[in-house]
Design a protein around this ligand. Sequence first.
Ligand code: SAH
Length: 498
Amino acid sequence: MSGKVYLVGAGPGDFRLLTLKGLDCIKEAEVLVYDRLANAEYLKLARPDAELIYVGKASSNHTMTQDEINEVLAVKAKEGKVVTRLKGGDPYVFGRGGEEGEYLLERDIPFEVVPGITSAIGGLCYAGIPITHRDYTPSFHVITGHLKDETKDRINWSALASMQGTLVFLMGLSNLNKICTNLMQNGLAESTPAAVINWATRANQKVATGTLLTIEEEVKKAGLTSPSLIVVGEVVQLRDKLNFFEKRPLFGKNIVVTRSRTQSSDLKAKLQELGANVFEIPTIEIVARQTDEIDETLNRLNDYTYVVFGSQNAVSLFFDRLYALRKDARALSNLKVVAVGSATAKVLEGYGIRSDFMPERFTQESIAELLESKLTNEDKVLMPQGSLARDILSTRLQTICQVEQLLMYDTVLNKNSKALLKEILDEETIDYITFTSSSTANNLMALLDEEYKEKVKTIKCISIGEITSKAMRNLGLEVYKEANPFTIEGLIECLCEA
Ligand code: SAH
């Protein structure tokens, strides 16, 4: 029995420039075939058991030929599998999607093609260049810049030079000189605006602008490499006005986010939205405890009058266990519920529960003060939290009433991150590192050898709050800025100001 192949346009690079149908095909795939133009983040959306096959070229390594790629698609589909072939941009815009389709048809393998946003249009858009505009151009032309053989290239340079259309060359950077020369020799003015867009729509997008005469020099100055789009035409002038993408507050900033796997995506997504190039280092990992003590406690919640959640993870693990015991939020109906921070309160709301009190500042000290004004010696407090939670709150409350800590999880060092972190420090120029807790700071430094520790000390470090700052200083890190309020939002604001 034959499976099926989806040839999916994965868009120009920005993660969210993918169609809903493309997303479905990724999720459904048993085999995912991809190359370097499709955003690698899509791989994370695949089923955990999906086979991932890279068919692009990695600088020095062997490149799969088109025949080999066709073969991979056919063989896997013949095994009865659902195969999704992710292609940058649109499969039919210089994507050889047509050839792949023909090959599959000859072998009676069912296939579908899912169009994508081509870099020729979407890439220009993110550089602030509309491919058409009534005041400037009556047409656009997308042309291969992969000029192998003058006689066989079949490019009608004089027609291109005379039509006043926007010209977009793909795969053309190494022939930039030839392209500009041909256009000028065929009558296009030297002063015609031109742009080259490198890694369009990605956080590392870079653009050079000039004219047919100067663009080559500008590209050299800016150090642009492949993949790049070449645009020639009057619409390039609109870039100054319409460049929304590069005008975002954190555009072009390389930011390392240190946080536990389960928590970082929120911060990461927000920073990306503001334009940052985010490197996520999961320095710490949350390992849930599965003890009889937890279950036994959850079975007698009515013994308590208060439950004080110490972290977002504590909330989610608490409810995971509660549900596993076939209970729900009603188990807390006789208790006052308190969250130690706004993010924790938000997670709690996701489970249908409002925190009874919210402190003005999010420190254990301010929560302690607030609770001290409410508690009597009749009360009994349950505190679900991680094993690294500071004792200050429980110590203070214990002077008033009975307090029990319930350890929901341990925070451990994520050893896999060591290599990743070194690679980033070696290859990228990092603008900021964010620390969202003392343990992220301690763990990041614990992952590194002396040489790399020194490197980190030269980078601007942003802290989420005073306790974290203290831990950072103890490690020899200078606190470049500290969030106020001590929340993820505060941290983001702080980065935007920096
Ligand atoms: N099917 C793709 C094009 C594949 S040909 C599409 O529709 O976009 C590969 C060429 O596309 C590259 O050499 C480059 O010129 C261009 N390209 C694709 N993605 C790009 C990006 N994010 N930034 C700049 N150029 C890109």
